[in-house]
Design a protein around this ligand. Structure first.
Ligand code: CDP
Ligand code: CDP
Length: 218
């Protein structure tokens, strides 16, 4: 079974995927974490020849989507928390708009999914990476609700950025992700649309569970 989920930042993709992955025994693949890792490499090692750098990275995905490391020039870097900063969030959409970078990552993502039961989420999973997925879902919520969710996460960690900055990052990233020439974020015609505004994580996971059960029964 292959489940593909796309949607904008803060729509609940990764949280819902973690619940569904453990409930249905699927491998969870967070493709946004891979683009974030590329932005981290650019920020840390420089943006010159980024494509060559990326083709020499080995991604190490562990703990069913909860941990990501890269092997670069013989050294392993655990990026799990390092890629979740406002700085990386503000840089990632520009590196994700580079066609050559997307090509490398899409090939890797398709190889992870080959012959496996996966739930994969991102921006182009239903349209480009897994166009033949058994189930395709487009998750969204209003920008304000998505920013509130992200803000709450920062508050729980302590030292949150300003709410307005979180909202602006989300609006700017939505804009870049939906308007880029290469594999923009859009709802695939055959994807099920779920607006999660006002719904809890558990309610959304239940809705997706119903869709999976129906598919399994047929
Ligand atoms: O967690 P959040 O929704 O904030 O973002 P993410 O899923 O970690 O993705 C970070 C960024 O990577 C997105 O804003 C996109 O620019 C890019 N991305 C992409 O272009 N294609 C994907 N399949 C996944 C992420
Ligand atoms: O992966 P994506 O950026 O789409 O969203 P996420 O990281 O899964 O969700 C962002 C935050 O919103 C998390 O802290 C979730 O617990 C929360 N959330 C929520 O409160 N209600 C939902 N229906 C979905 C997510």
């Amino acid at each position: 079974m292959q489940v593909a989920i796309d949607g904008p930042a803060g729509s609940g993709k990764s949280s819902v995927c973690k619940i569904i992955a453990s409930k249905y025994g699927l491998t969870y693949i967070d493709t946004g974490a891979m683009y974030r890792s590329v932005a981290y490499v650019g920020e840390t090692f420089g943006y010159d020849n980024l494509e060559d750098k990326v083709s020499n990275i080995d991604f190490i995905l562990e703990d069913n989507g909860k941990k990501i490391s890269i092997k670069y020039e013989g050294q392993v870097y655990d990026l799990t928390t390092k890629i979740r900063t406002p700085e990386i969030s503000s840089k990632v959409a520009s590196v994700a708009s580079i066609p050559a970078i997307r090509k490398i990552l899409v090939e890797k993502q398709q190889s992870y999914a080959k012959g496996s039961d996966v739930i994969m989420e991102g921006r182009d999973i239903t349209t480009v990476v897994l166009p033949n997925a058994d189930i395709k879902i487009y998750l969204t919520a209003s920008p304000e609700e998505r920013a509130k969710r992200r803000y709450k996460e920062w508050e729980n960690k302590g030292n949150p950025p300003k709410f307005e900055d979180v909202l602006q990052d989300i609006i700017k990233r939505d804009e870049m992700d939906t308007n880029r020439a290469e594999s923009p974020l859009k709802q695939s015609e055959d994807a099920i649309f779920i607006d999660t505004t006002g719904y809890t994580l558990e309610e959304v996971a239940d809705k997706i569970g119903v869709i999976i059960n129906e598919k399994r029964d047929n």
